[in-house]
Design a protein around this ligand. Structure first.
Ligand code: CLF
Ligand code: SF4
Length: 429
């Protein structure tokens, strides 16, 4: 498998334990209005709600990239994902990509868009060798689309209702077809909106697969305060609902299960964000290009060695569901009390598979009936039988136990620890 995949933390599940990405927040404007988005907040297609700390001019963005590249030796990808739509800000977007491509040819470039202008800029995307493009497709049926988008602006005209959705969907599908034809790896993001498009996402998978898309990332709706859905009292999907649609779509095409719905200015491994404190990066000093390349070759070797652990033929009936607290590097190294998210695995015999990532904060911040962090965590871990972390306080451990979740203290490689812990499940029970 080529490095463009194995080094991209979003395109390959194993890569996300080792390789980092950063986003350059240079694109403020958007040309559509999704009902879940509040323009004062990050784009929820690619980020959790939260104001971008600072919009950057392309020159500032390049300086920030240079700073991080020299200190974060596992940085493999620079993406532009907002806070608006990158292709509604083509000058800033392509100027930023151009400078990065000229100075750091080994860094992979990644673009995330609503797809309205994708066909218009496909030439520029190819010229800059942008190999990874994500398109957010929430519906392929204009009737459903009209319940998700309130309007779009295209060539000076304002479209609303079904007309708007029809134009957007046509542009997205044509863009995906064209990009895939040129060998660009197209990932599809869909926001699961209960009561609107949940039942429809399988149809989206089928359509985009036919056009050559590479994988489908189905993400739970996060309600941005102030957005139309928020005002209307929409709800977010439960972990069980998300699992169900991901499972259905995974029979059609590869499904991404490790998305963190990152900020438009995120920096670092998925799930551990250095965007607010880039001066405190955890490196010994600066790296030159040769050192970075050697280090990344070593990481690539680690990714490859984990590939053989995956078993696609396992029947997962009667498997054990386990939550894991980690800060990355494919090891259990996070204290329960500091965890903002849990990786959820199914384990059976010698095999394990990632079911998803469940954020504590995101669910907590977005749900209106959030009463305490612990009750929120219990909701998030509702279907888990075990929790593995590097440390946990007595009180939360007891609460977990009372709710049928066995908390175990573990350190070391996730796969190894999962297999071993589940082997002794009866003993711990
Ligand atoms: Fe960024 Fe997106 Fe590129 Fe990844 S994020 S532009 S493809 S480098 Fe990744 Fe973040 Fe999920 Fe996006 S985890 S929100 S899928
Ligand atoms: Fe908001 Fe992104 Fe939708 Fe634009 S594409 S309205 S920035 S969520």
């Amino acid at each position: 498998m080529e490095a463009a995949l194995l080094k991209h933390p979003c395109y390959h599940e194993e890569a996300h334990h080792y390789f980092a990405r950063m986003h350059a927040p240079v694109a403020p404007k958007c040309n559509i209005q999704c009902k879940y988005c509040n323009p004062k907040f990050d784009c929820v297609n690619e980020s959790r709600p939260g104001v971008v700390s600072k919009l950057l001019h392309p020159d500032e963005a390049f300086d920030k990239v240079s700073h991080i590249v020299s200190r974060m030796s596992n940085l493999a990808v620079v993406g532009i994902a907002g806070p608006g739509d990158p292709l509604a800000n083509p000058q800033a977007t392509f100027q930023t990509f151009r400078r990065i491509a000229e100075n750091y040819p080994d860094i992979h470039l990644c673009l995330s868009t609503n797809g309205l202008m994708l066909t218009d800029y496909i030439g520029e995307i190819r010229k800059l060798n942008i190999r990874h493009v994500t398109v957010t497709v929430n519906a392929i049926d204009p009737e459903i689309g009209s319940r998700i988008y309130s309007h779009i602006r295209h060539e000076g005209i304002l479209y609303k209702g079904k007309d708007a959705a029809e134009l957007l969907i046509r542009s997205q599908l044509e863009g995906i077809r064209l990009a895939s034809t040129y060998g660009i790896l197209c990932k599809i993001n869909s926001v699961y909106i209960p009561g609107v498009n949940g039942e429809h996402l399988q149809e989206v998978s089928k359509a985009v697969r036919k056009l050559g898309a590479f994988s489908h990332n189905i993400m739970p709706l996060i309600l941005s305060p102030g957005s139309q859905y928020y005002r209307e009292g929409c709800r977010t999907p439960t972990p069980a609902e998300i699992n169900k649609v991901q499972e259905e779509s995974s029979r059609i095409m590869p499904v991404m299960r490790h998305c963190r719905q990152c900020r438009a200015d995120a920096v670092g491994l998925l799930g551990s964000d250095w965007s607010q404190t880039p001066d405190m990066l955890p490196s010994e000093g600066k790296f030159n290009d040769k050192q970075r390349s050697e280090f990344q070759d070593k990481l690539l070797g680690e990714v490859k060695s984990t590939l053989k652990l995956n078993d696609d033929n396992t029947d997962w009936t009667d498997s054990v569901r386990v939550a894991v607290a980690t800060r990355g590097s494919n090891v259990i190294n996070q204290h329960f009390g500091h965890a903002k998210e849990f990786l959820i695995y199914d384990v059976k015999n010698q095999a394990c598979r990632l079911v998803g990532v469940r954020k504590v904060q995101a669910y907590c911040n977005s749900s209106k009936d959030c009463d305490s962090p612990m009750s929120e965590i219990l909701k998030v871990l509702i279907d888990c039988q075990m929790l593995l972390s590097s440390g946990i306080g007595k009180a939360p451990a007891e609460i977990l136990q009372q709710n049928g979740i066995i908390p175990l203290l573990r350190k070391g490689p996730i796969h190894e620890q999962l297999i071993e812990s589940v082997r002794y499940l009866n003993y711990f029970s």
